[in-house]
Design a protein around this ligand. Structure first.
Ligand SMILES: Nc1nc2c(c(=O)[nH]1)N[C@H]1C(S)=C(S)[C@@H](COP(=O)(O)O)O[C@H]1N2
Ligand SMILES: [Mo]
Length: 176
């Protein structure tokens, strides 16, 4: 049987907040001639599939991290601000199977950009009782809103930029 991981005060408050803004029930909101949607989708093993705009993500608790990572051409150092990936997932209420020992620890979060670029973060990396790593769905870089560039995945501690997915469009929780 699949049951909600935990319906915390935070997730209830978040769902109420999102319901109040109409986010929980809304579908896509096309945006002029832009090819990318103006929301990200949170789906998979969750009770509530969510479509979240940058405004919605901005209503979750914001965190700021300083990171340094290598790319194929340079070393980048940035300050990113945005909600924790964990809080974004919690807003959708993860469903874990209580009949499977530590079911959450076999779950992964696939994060995909608008170009189809996809990376995985293990649940155990962001779970507060395990690695408790700060992973953000960043809305701002160096104090400037990412805006039309879209949210960016920030994986504190990664030495290479490979998981800093730009223009995140989908976050999916599943067992590989
Ligand atoms: N959407 C998307 N994000 C991406 C990539 C990509 O191809 N598509 N490449 C990654 C890789 S391999 C690196 S090294 C960094 C490069 O960061 P930069 O765009 O700030 O130079 O972006 C990462 N994020
Ligand atoms: Mo890279």
């Amino acid at each position: 049987m699949r049951v909600a991981r935990r319906l915390t005060v935070t997730s209830i408050a978040t769902l109420a907040l999102l319901a109040g803004t109409g986010v929980v029930t809304s579908q896509a909101f096309a945006h002029g001639s832009r090819t990318r949607p103006d929301h990200i989708v949170v789906r998979g093993d969750v009770e509530q599939r969510l479509h979240l705009t940058a405004d919605d993500l901005g209503k979750l608790q914001q965190h700021t991290v300083d990171v340094t990572f290598e790319t194929s051409t340079s070393s980048e150092r940035h300050t990113f601000t945005g909600p924790l990936l964990l809080d974004v997932l919690d807003a959708a209420v993860p469903e874990f199977d209580t009949s499977v020992k530590n079911d959450k620890l076999r779950h992964v979060v696939d994060v995909t950009g608008s170009d189809g670029y996809e990376v995985a973060v293990a649940w155990g990396e962001v779970d507060p009782f395990f690695e408790n790593k700060q992973v953000l769905v960043a809305l701002a870089q160096d104090g400037v809103a990412l805006g039309d560039a879209g949210p960016r995945l920030v994986v504190q501690g990664d030495g290479h930029g490979g998981r800093y997915v730009s223009d995140v469009t989908t976050i999916r929780l599943s067992v590989p």
